[in-house]
Design a protein around this ligand. Structure first.
Ligand code: FES
Length: 153
C-alpha cells in the first residue's frame, strides 16, 4: 500500500499542494527581503533618543563669550550658547518651522535659522519669521571641566 494515495492511511501530500506551498513560501521570503530594509530604514535606532537625556556638550573654556557651538544630542543637533554676560544656555538646534538647523548670530545676539530667516531670542522664543513654536530649552550644568546639557521635558 502506498502512502501518497487518497484514502491511504497516514500523511500524504500531492505534487500540486507541495508546489503551491513552495511557491507561497518563496513569495513570502521575497516580500520579507524587500520590505525588511525599508522598515529598518524607517524605524529609528532603538534607544538612541531615550537613552541620552544628558550629554557633555563642551569643555569649560571651549567657548568664548558671545559665541556658540553645535553639539550632538542623540541623533539631533543641539546649540550651546555662551552669552556675552557669561551665561551658558542650550537649546535644541532644530528649527520648529521645517527642522533646519539653527545657528547663533553673534552680531544680533540671537538664534537664527537661515532656511526662512526665522529668529529666536536667547530664551528660545520666536522673535520673527515663520517658526510656530519656541526652541526646546535644555538645562546646562558644569561638572568639573564638562558642560553637561540635560533634557528637561
Ligand atoms: S526652517 Fe527655520 S525658519 Fe523655516
Amino acid at each position: 500500500m502506498r502512502a501518497d494515495r487518497p484514502g491511504a492511511r497516514g500523511f500524504f501530500i500531492t505534487r500540486r499542494s507541495f508546489c503551491q506551498s513552495a511557491l507561497n513560501g518563496s513569495l513570502l521570503a521575497i516580500l520579507a527581503a524587500a520590505f525588511y530594509p525599508i522598515l529598518r530604514y524607517l524605524k529609528p535606532p532603538p534607544g538612541v533618543e531615550a537613552a541620552q537625556s544628558s550629554v557633555v556638550a563642551a569643555k569649560i573654556g571651549d567657548l568664548k563669550p558671545n559665541s556658540a557651538k553645535i553639539f550632538r544630542f542623540g541623533n539631533r543637533p543641539g546649540l550651546l550658547v555662551h552669552t556675552l554676560e557669561g551665561e551658558l544656555k542650550a537649546y535644541s538646534a532644530v528649527c520648529t518651522h521645517l527642522n533646519c538647523t539653527v545657528q547663533y548670530d553673534d552680531a544680533s545676539r540671537s538664534i537664527w535659522c537661515a532656511c526662512h530667516n526665522g529668529r529666536f531670542d536667547l530664551k528660545g522664543q520666536v522673535i520673527s519669521g515663520p517658526p510656530p513654536r519656541p526652541l526646546e530649552n535644555y538645562e546646562v550644568n558644569v561638572r568639573g571641566e564638562d558642560v553637561v546639557v540635560t533634557k528637561t521635558g
